[in-house]
Design a protein around this ligand. Structure first.
Ligand SMILES: O=C(CO)[C@H](O)[C@H](O)COP(=O)(O)O
Ligand SMILES: [Fe+2]
Length: 219
């Protein structure tokens, strides 16, 4: 599967967001990862649909919206209307994730499911027939700039195996603490969508280009 860079704007300079998005896009990033936090599912607050809507107006990248919010079904339609292309929910945050996935699809978006580092991989099994993307968190969700949890590599490998057995084309995304120094570990384990926030936005054009040159070797 194509290897895709998904820069996370959590680490961007909000005052220069437009030019920084342009820089990562020009470097070859295809997805733009937008982290939505509600202060409940995770301690922090970030931003909501207004930001997605504003980015959509002048950005043709795939908008990859990562909802770290309790009962995300309450807001799926609004994020879809704002311009999200992929909406990823946390299985730990929903009473009925099957229903939320159905909602995401009925809004015309691709659906992803995510799990935190402490959640067993097996919980993903019942969603393999339904989703287009699985997101393995390689840090505790809630903050950018954390260190990659080494045990994540084995979890990525096991998830890649589940996907392979399902026979479906499901994207495998990894999020948290990934940069040029460890991205090959993550690719080797079977991921194809790489989220990178702090590793990219310290110097967006240069760092995204460096990440892309590594990703291209694995295509
Ligand atoms: O979902 C997230 C945090 O909950 C972010 O996408 C993630 O942390 C990216 O930031 P970094 O690459 O700096 O770790
Ligand atoms: Fe994220």
């Amino acid at each position: 599967m194509e290897k895709i860079l998904a820069p996370s704007i959590l680490a961007a300079d909000i005052m220069r967001l437009g030019e920084q998005i342009e820089a990562v896009k020009n470097a070859g990033a295809k997805y733009l990862h937008i982290d939505v936090m509600d202060g409940m599912f995770v301690p922090a607050l970030s931003y909501g649909m207004c930001v997605v809507e504003s980015i959509r107006k002048s950005c043709d990248m795939v908008l990859d919206v990562h909802l770290m919010i309790v009962e995300p079904g309450r807001h799926v339609e609004a994020f879809a209307k704002a311009g999200a292309d992929i909406i990823t929910i946390h299985l730990e945050a929903c009473a009925d994730a099957h229903e939320v996935i159905r909602q995401i699809h009925s809004c015309g978006c691709k659906a992803g499911v995510s799990i935190k580092p402490g959640t067993p991989i097996e919980v993903l099994e019942e969603y393999l027939d339904e989703v287009e993307l699985i997101l393995i968190m390689s840090v505790e969700p809630g903050f950018g700039g954390q260190k990659y949890i080494p045990e994540s590599t084995e979890r990525i490998r096991q998830t890649a195996e589940l996907i392979r057995k399902s026979g479906r084309e499901i994207e495998l995304e990894v999020d948290g603490g990934v940069g040029a120094g460890n991205v090959e570990l993550v690719l080797e384990a079977g991921a194809n969508v790489i989220v990178a926030g702090s590793a990219v936005f310290k110097d967006p054009a240069k760092n995204a280009a460096e990440m892309m040159s590594i990703l291209k070797k694995w295509d």
